[in-house]
Design a protein around this ligand. Sequence first.
Ligand SMILES: *Cc1c(COP(=O)(O)O)cnc(C)c1O
Length: 443
Amino acid sequence: MSEKKYRFETLALHAGQPVDATLSRGVPVYRTSSYLFKSTEHAANLFALKELGNIYTRLMNPTTDVLEQRVTQLEGGAASVALASGTAAIFNAIITLAEAGDEIVSANNLYGGTYTQFDSILPKLGINVKFVDPKDPLNFERAITDKTRALFIETIGNPVLDYTDVKAIADVAHRNGLPLIVDATFTTPYLLKTIDLGADIVINSLTKWLGGHGSGIGGIITDAGRFNWKGGRHPLFTEPDSNYHGLRWAIDLPEPLAPIAFALRVRTVPLRNLGASISPDNSWIFIQGIETLPVRVARHSENALIIAEHLAQHPEVAWVRYPGLKTDPSYALASKDLKNGFGGVVVFGVKGGYDAAVKIIDNIKLFSHLANVGDAKSLILHPASTSHSQLSAEQQLQSGLSPDLIRLSIGLEHPDDLIEALDEVLQPEGTQKESWLSKLIKK
Ligand SMILES: *Cc1c(COP(=O)(O)O)cnc(C)c1O
C-alpha cells in the first residue's frame, strides 16, 4: 500500500489491512486478551519499545490496528490510537500533554460532555481550561500563558454549528509553540483534512459518522507526527518520564519512532495505565462503517442541505443554521475549507418557542428522538429540555442555545420523506394532528 498513493475512497476500503495466513477478505476480529512471547528476549524488547508488537489487548490488538492505520491514512497523519469512546480520546489526549498546574485554551462552543470534562473535571485534577469565543482567533492568543500546553477546538461547534477557522487558530498555536488539538467529529476526514490546515492532534468520535450506524461507542486520536515537543513548553516530553522507564519522549526515542512520540505516550502511559481501551468487536464495527464513509457523508450532506433549504423558506420556522446555506453566517469561511459538503447536522428554531418545539419532537414521524448524531437514520433532539436542561436559562442563552432550538441529524432516507415528516408537524398552532403515541398515552 505504501508505495502507491491511493485516493480517499480507496483508502477507506483497503488501508491498513494485511492479508493473513487464512486469506480472509474481511478483517478478522481477534478476540484475545493477550499474545504469546516468542522468547524472554522478545518479551523484553517489546516492553522496552525496541521492537513493536502485541503484548496485551488493553494496549493494542490486530483488529484495532487495522482501524488505527486506516484512520491514520484517511486523516493524513502519522499514527493513531483508538479508545473506548470519543470522550476518553479527548481526556487521554489532554493528559498526555498536560498535568496539574498546566492550562489548556479551548473554544467555548463544545460538545456538552467535553464542556463538562473541561469545566468541572480537569480543574479538579489541576488542569485549568480557559474558554474563549473561537470566532476571533486572537482570543486564543490573548488567553495563552506560560502554563498553556495546547489549544482545543471543534471543526463545527455546538449548538449553532458555527464553522471554526482551523487554519487561523493553528497559526496562533504554532507561533506560540503550542499544538492544536481538533475534535473533527462533525466533519470527518472526508469533509475536512484538518492536518492539512495545521492540526497537530485530531480527535474523532467513532460513534458518529465514522461508524455511521449508531451501533457502537468508540473514539480515536490521530497524531499528525510533526509537532516539535522540544520547544520548551512540554516537560512531559523532555523530562524523564517516571511512568515509562525514565524515557524522555521527545529526546530518547529511536529515529523512526521520534515523530510519533505523542501517539506512543498516549498508548503506553494513559491507555496502558488508565485502561479506556476499545474492544476488538467495536473496532471491527467501525472498520465496517468506514468502508462506506465517503458515500454516506456525501449523501448526509446532500440531504442536510435539502432539508436546511426547505426549512429556511418554511413559514412556521423562525430561523435555520447550517454552514452550507448561502445565507448562513458561517458560509463564507466554511465554503473555503469544506469542498465535499457541510455535514449532516441542521439546527432550527420554531415559531412558538419551547412549547412548540416540544410538541414537534413528541409528534414527528420517521425522525428518532434520541441523543446522538451521525446515524444512517435521521435523529431529532430538543437540547433545552434534554442534553442542556442542567444549564440555567441564562447559561443556555449564553452558549447560544435558545429554547426553540431543534437539532436534526439528517440520515440517508429519501429527502422527500424527511420533508413530509417535518411539514406534518410544522403547522400553525392548534392545527397539528395528535400522534398515535400521544393518543395512546392519554387513554
Ligand atoms: C459525540 C461527540 C463526542 C463524544 O464522543 P463519544 O464517542 O460519545 O464519547 C465528542 N465530540 C463531539 C463533537 C461529539 O459529537
